[in-house]
Unconditional design. Structure first.
Length: 203
Protein backbone atom coordinates (compact mmCIF):
# COMPACT_ATOMS: atom_id res chain seq x y z
CA UNK A 1 0.00 0.00 0.00
CA UNK A 2 2.93 2.35 0.44
CA UNK A 3 5.54 3.46 -2.06
CA UNK A 4 8.53 1.97 -0.32
CA UNK A 5 10.92 0.65 -3.03
CA UNK A 6 10.79 -2.98 -1.91
CA UNK A 7 12.56 -4.35 -5.00
CA UNK A 8 15.39 -1.83 -4.66
CA UNK A 9 15.70 -2.65 -0.96
CA UNK A 10 16.00 -6.37 -1.72
CA UNK A 11 18.62 -5.73 -4.41
CA UNK A 12 20.68 -3.51 -2.10
CA UNK A 13 20.44 -6.01 0.75
CA UNK A 14 21.46 -8.85 -1.58
CA UNK A 15 24.47 -6.92 -2.89
CA UNK A 16 25.51 -5.88 0.61
CA UNK A 17 25.10 -9.43 1.88
CA UNK A 18 27.23 -10.84 -0.95
CA UNK A 19 29.94 -8.25 -0.28
CA UNK A 20 29.99 -9.07 3.44
CA UNK A 21 30.00 -12.81 2.68
CA UNK A 22 32.90 -12.47 0.24
CA UNK A 23 34.81 -10.34 2.76
CA UNK A 24 34.27 -12.90 5.50
CA UNK A 25 35.39 -15.79 3.29
CA UNK A 26 38.50 -13.83 2.25
CA UNK A 27 39.40 -13.08 5.88
CA UNK A 28 38.98 -16.73 6.85
CA UNK A 29 41.18 -17.85 3.93
CA UNK A 30 43.84 -15.26 4.78
CA UNK A 31 43.91 -16.49 8.38
CA UNK A 32 43.99 -20.21 7.59
CA UNK A 33 45.74 -20.66 4.21
CA UNK A 34 49.40 -19.49 4.07
CA UNK A 35 49.36 -19.38 0.26
CA UNK A 36 46.47 -16.88 0.38
CA UNK A 37 48.54 -14.64 2.67
CA UNK A 38 51.43 -14.58 0.21
CA UNK A 39 49.08 -13.87 -2.69
CA UNK A 40 47.41 -11.05 -0.75
CA UNK A 41 50.71 -9.33 0.04
CA UNK A 42 51.86 -9.41 -3.59
CA UNK A 43 48.45 -8.38 -4.94
CA UNK A 44 47.92 -5.52 -2.48
CA UNK A 45 51.44 -4.21 -3.10
CA UNK A 46 50.73 -4.09 -6.84
CA UNK A 47 47.37 -2.36 -6.32
CA UNK A 48 48.86 0.20 -3.94
CA UNK A 49 51.66 0.91 -6.40
CA UNK A 50 49.11 1.43 -9.18
CA UNK A 51 47.13 3.87 -7.00
CA UNK A 52 50.27 5.85 -6.21
CA UNK A 53 51.16 6.04 -9.91
CA UNK A 54 47.63 7.20 -10.70
CA UNK A 55 47.85 10.00 -8.14
CA UNK A 56 51.27 10.99 -9.42
CA UNK A 57 49.89 11.23 -12.97
CA UNK A 58 46.96 13.43 -11.89
CA UNK A 59 48.81 16.09 -9.92
CA UNK A 60 48.11 19.76 -10.51
CA UNK A 61 50.86 21.39 -12.60
CA UNK A 62 53.63 22.53 -10.29
CA UNK A 63 51.92 21.21 -7.15
CA UNK A 64 52.14 17.88 -5.26
CA UNK A 65 48.36 17.55 -4.79
CA UNK A 66 46.22 15.37 -7.07
CA UNK A 67 42.88 16.47 -8.45
CA UNK A 68 41.58 12.94 -7.90
CA UNK A 69 40.88 13.86 -4.27
CA UNK A 70 38.32 16.37 -5.54
CA UNK A 71 36.69 13.64 -7.64
CA UNK A 72 36.61 11.30 -4.63
CA UNK A 73 35.05 14.02 -2.45
CA UNK A 74 32.37 14.76 -5.07
CA UNK A 75 31.63 11.04 -5.45
CA UNK A 76 31.22 10.70 -1.67
CA UNK A 77 28.88 13.69 -1.59
CA UNK A 78 26.81 12.17 -4.42
CA UNK A 79 26.69 8.86 -2.53
CA UNK A 80 25.50 10.65 0.61
CA UNK A 81 22.77 12.38 -1.40
CA UNK A 82 21.61 9.06 -2.84
CA UNK A 83 21.54 7.51 0.64
CA UNK A 84 19.45 10.40 1.99
CA UNK A 85 17.03 10.07 -0.95
CA UNK A 86 16.81 6.31 -0.39
CA UNK A 87 16.09 6.76 3.32
CA UNK A 88 13.40 9.33 2.51
CA UNK A 89 11.58 6.76 0.37
CA UNK A 90 11.19 4.28 3.22
CA UNK A 91 7.67 4.10 4.57
CA UNK A 92 6.44 6.78 2.19
CA UNK A 93 2.69 6.94 1.80
CA UNK A 94 1.70 7.13 5.45
CA UNK A 95 -1.33 9.29 6.23
CA UNK A 96 -2.05 11.33 9.35
CA UNK A 97 -5.83 11.34 9.06
CA UNK A 98 -8.52 8.72 8.61
CA UNK A 99 -11.51 10.81 7.55
CA UNK A 100 -12.13 14.44 6.66
CA UNK A 101 -15.48 16.10 5.98
CA UNK A 102 -16.69 19.66 5.64
CA UNK A 103 -19.18 20.70 8.32
CA UNK A 104 -21.43 23.60 7.21
CA UNK A 105 -22.91 24.03 10.72
CA UNK A 106 -22.89 27.10 12.93
CA UNK A 107 -19.12 27.23 12.66
CA UNK A 108 -18.26 25.97 9.16
CA UNK A 109 -15.01 24.11 8.80
CA UNK A 110 -13.32 20.81 8.13
CA UNK A 111 -13.67 17.98 10.62
CA UNK A 112 -10.81 15.50 10.56
CA UNK A 113 -10.33 12.23 12.41
CA UNK A 114 -6.70 11.30 12.85
CA UNK A 115 -5.39 7.94 11.76
CA UNK A 116 -4.07 7.38 15.27
CA UNK A 117 -7.67 7.03 16.50
CA UNK A 118 -8.29 3.93 14.38
CA UNK A 119 -4.80 2.55 14.95
CA UNK A 120 -5.04 2.78 18.75
CA UNK A 121 -8.61 1.50 18.87
CA UNK A 122 -7.86 -1.56 16.77
CA UNK A 123 -4.59 -2.28 18.53
CA UNK A 124 -6.37 -2.07 21.88
CA UNK A 125 -9.05 -4.48 20.63
CA UNK A 126 -6.48 -6.94 19.29
CA UNK A 127 -3.88 -6.89 22.05
CA UNK A 128 -3.91 -9.69 24.59
CA UNK A 129 -5.60 -12.16 22.26
CA UNK A 130 -4.18 -15.66 22.77
CA UNK A 131 -4.57 -16.49 19.08
CA UNK A 132 -2.33 -13.63 17.92
CA UNK A 133 1.45 -13.35 18.20
CA UNK A 134 1.34 -9.76 16.96
CA UNK A 135 -0.78 -7.15 15.22
CA UNK A 136 -0.03 -3.80 13.64
CA UNK A 137 -2.42 -1.19 12.25
CA UNK A 138 -1.23 1.56 9.90
CA UNK A 139 -2.99 4.36 8.02
CA UNK A 140 -1.95 5.03 4.42
CA UNK A 141 -3.02 7.42 1.72
CA UNK A 142 -4.10 5.57 -1.44
CA UNK A 143 -4.98 7.73 -4.47
CA UNK A 144 -5.75 10.66 -2.21
CA UNK A 145 -8.01 8.70 0.16
CA UNK A 146 -7.09 7.25 3.57
CA UNK A 147 -6.99 3.47 3.98
CA UNK A 148 -6.04 1.06 6.74
CA UNK A 149 -3.60 -1.83 6.65
CA UNK A 150 -4.07 -4.43 9.39
CA UNK A 151 -1.20 -6.93 9.64
CA UNK A 152 -1.85 -9.99 11.79
CA UNK A 153 0.51 -12.72 12.94
CA UNK A 154 -1.66 -15.64 14.06
CA UNK A 155 -0.28 -18.44 16.17
CA UNK A 156 -0.03 -21.96 14.84
CA UNK A 157 -3.34 -23.73 14.52
CA UNK A 158 -5.43 -20.57 14.20
CA UNK A 159 -7.83 -20.58 11.25
CA UNK A 160 -7.03 -17.51 9.09
CA UNK A 161 -10.59 -17.14 7.73
CA UNK A 162 -12.09 -17.05 11.23
CA UNK A 163 -9.52 -14.48 12.34
CA UNK A 164 -10.22 -12.34 9.27
CA UNK A 165 -13.97 -12.51 9.95
CA UNK A 166 -13.50 -11.34 13.55
CA UNK A 167 -11.27 -8.46 12.47
CA UNK A 168 -13.82 -7.52 9.80
CA UNK A 169 -16.41 -7.24 12.58
CA UNK A 170 -14.13 -4.85 14.46
CA UNK A 171 -13.66 -2.80 11.30
CA UNK A 172 -17.44 -2.64 10.74
CA UNK A 173 -17.82 -1.27 14.26
CA UNK A 174 -15.10 1.30 13.59
CA UNK A 175 -16.80 2.43 10.39
CA UNK A 176 -20.09 2.78 12.29
CA UNK A 177 -18.38 5.06 14.82
CA UNK A 178 -16.54 7.11 12.18
CA UNK A 179 -19.57 7.27 9.91
CA UNK A 180 -17.61 6.54 6.78
CA UNK A 181 -16.59 3.44 4.87
CA UNK A 182 -12.83 2.92 5.02
CA UNK A 183 -10.84 0.79 2.55
CA UNK A 184 -8.96 -1.87 4.53
CA UNK A 185 -6.26 -4.40 3.65
CA UNK A 186 -6.03 -7.32 6.08
CA UNK A 187 -2.67 -9.03 5.81
CA UNK A 188 -2.31 -12.34 7.64
CA UNK A 189 1.32 -13.38 7.71
CA UNK A 190 3.56 -15.93 9.33
CA UNK A 191 7.12 -15.94 10.57
CA UNK A 192 9.54 -17.21 13.15
CA UNK A 193 7.63 -15.44 15.89
CA UNK A 194 4.49 -17.44 15.10
CA UNK A 195 6.34 -20.72 14.69
CA UNK A 196 8.24 -20.54 17.97
CA UNK A 197 5.49 -19.08 20.14
CA UNK A 198 2.40 -20.76 21.53
CA UNK A 199 -0.88 -19.62 22.93
CA UNK A 200 -1.23 -19.32 26.68
CA UNK A 201 -3.15 -22.05 28.37
CA UNK A 202 -5.69 -21.38 31.13
CA UNK A 203 -6.37 -24.14 33.63
Amino acid sequence: MNSTPALLNRILLTVLGLILLATGVLLVLLATVPAMGSWWHSWSAGVWGGINRLFDATRFPGRPESWLWIVVALALLALMGLMVAWIAQQGKGRSNFLAAEYDPGNTPGDVQIGGGVAEQALRHALEGRPDLAGATVTTYGVKGSPALKVRLLPRQGVAPHLLAAEVSGLLDALEAVVGKQIPVLIHIGAGARTRFSRAERVR
